[in-house]
Design a protein around this ligand. Structure first.
Ligand SMILES: NC(=O)c1ccc[n+]([C@@H]2O[C@H](COP(=O)([O-])OP(=O)(O)OC[C@H]3O[C@@H](n4cnc5c(N)ncnc54)[C@H](OP(=O)(O)O)[C@@H]3O)[C@@H](O)[C@H]2O)c1
Length: 290
């Protein structure tokens, strides 16, 4: 009978640990087992993910992360050329479905295709959206209708129409913005739409009680993407100015990178955040915290 001293490791443990350290010391450590473990521990293996607005910027960076972590990724966007390029960039059998999130028929067609092809949706990154600068006093109906129509109505119906496909354990991430809690000049229409998304996450986490579906918001800070030219209409010099303003007002002293947002979205999408629900996760270098 083996005699085990109180507090001493078992002889089996000692042997394994000794073997490990002696292998490392003698550079004989077989890394194939470690590599297998890493391969097997992909965070979204077997999952189906949808990234709206996955053809550019933060959506594209996130779609790439999701695909690298084992997910089958669907992306949407209005411009077919950008979708085609993104599908090649993402690889891993990504699928693009052209459509506008503010059009109900497009959303119906999107979810019909996902239902027919894979019959479920584990992760939804409701990212498509945007805004423009319009100072108070010059706001007309057009930008209000446009951005509320895309950011609020489009996101709401994206989520609602996705729900029948979402099983227990699914995760919804809404792309908000740090402007939900900060005042930037001439950005009130956009900021209000992002504050609405933050509110949606609170209420929907309660509405989905019992279904085990989590809803969270990611709130990026300044991250230069094609939107700065395409939507905000900034030129190169104005973009550089915006970046240096961000650097000056952010504790980390710089603007963010798209993949830094993607990493946070991956956290919210995966089981790593299994008990995180209804939050707004600021990914802004600390800008909204000071
Ligand atoms: N970049 C930042 O600093 C920042 C900060 C905070 C929050 N955000 C948010 O992050 C999200 C992505 O922005 P981004 O900076 O990555 O911009 P982006 O590079 O311009 O990408 C926007 C993506 O959304 C798609 N999209 C826009 N409107 C759409 C619609 N109605 N229906 C379907 N797809 C649509 C675009 O494709 P099509 O144009 O071809 O449709 C594109 O794929 C937005 O919700 C934005 O508000 C960005």
């Amino acid at each position: 009978m083996a005699v085990v001293r109180r507090g001493a490791p078992s002889s089996r443990t000692v042997t394994k640990v000794d073997f490990f350290w002696s292998s490392v010391r003698h550079k004989q450590f077989d890394t194939s087992e470690l590599e297998n473990t890493i391969t097997m521990s992909k965070k979204l293996e077997g999952k189906i993910a949808l990234v709206t607005g996955g053809s550019s910027g933060l959506g594209l960076a996130t779609a790439k992360r999701f695909a690298n972590e084992g997910a089958k990724v669907y992306i949407t966007g209005r411009r077919q050329n950008d979708l085609d390029a993104a599908v090649i960039d993402i690889g891993h059998g990504a699928v693009a479905v052209q459509g506008d999130i503010s059009k109900m028929a497009d959303l119906d067609r999107l979810f019909e295709q996902i239902k027919n092809e894979v019959s479920k949706l584990d992760v939804l990154f409701a990212n498509a959206g945007g805004g423009e600068f319009v100072p108070l006093g010059e706001i007309t109906e057009a930008p209000v209708d446009k951005w509320l129509g895309i950011n609020i109505k489009g996101t709401l119906f994206t989520v609602q129409k996705a729900l029948p496909l979402m099983p227990a354990g699914a995760s919804i991430i809404l792309n908000g913005s740090m402007v939900s809690v900060k005042g930037f000049p001439a950005f009130s229409v956009y900021a209000a739409t992002k504050a609405a998304l933050r509110s949606f996450a609170r209420t929907w986490s309660v509405d989905l009680r019992g279904r085990q579906i989590r809803v969270n918001v990611v709130a990026p800070g300044t991250v230069v993407t094609p939107a700065y030219k395409n939507q905000l209409g900034l030129n190169d010099e104005q973009i550089r100015e915006m970046e240096s303003q961000a650097a000056a007002t952010t504790p980390l002293g710089r603007a963010g990178m798209p993949d830094e947002i993607a990493k946070a979205v991956l956290f919210l999408a995966s089981d790593d955040s299994s008990y995180v629900n209804g939050i707004e996760l600021f990914v802004d270098g600390g800008a909204a915290q000071i």
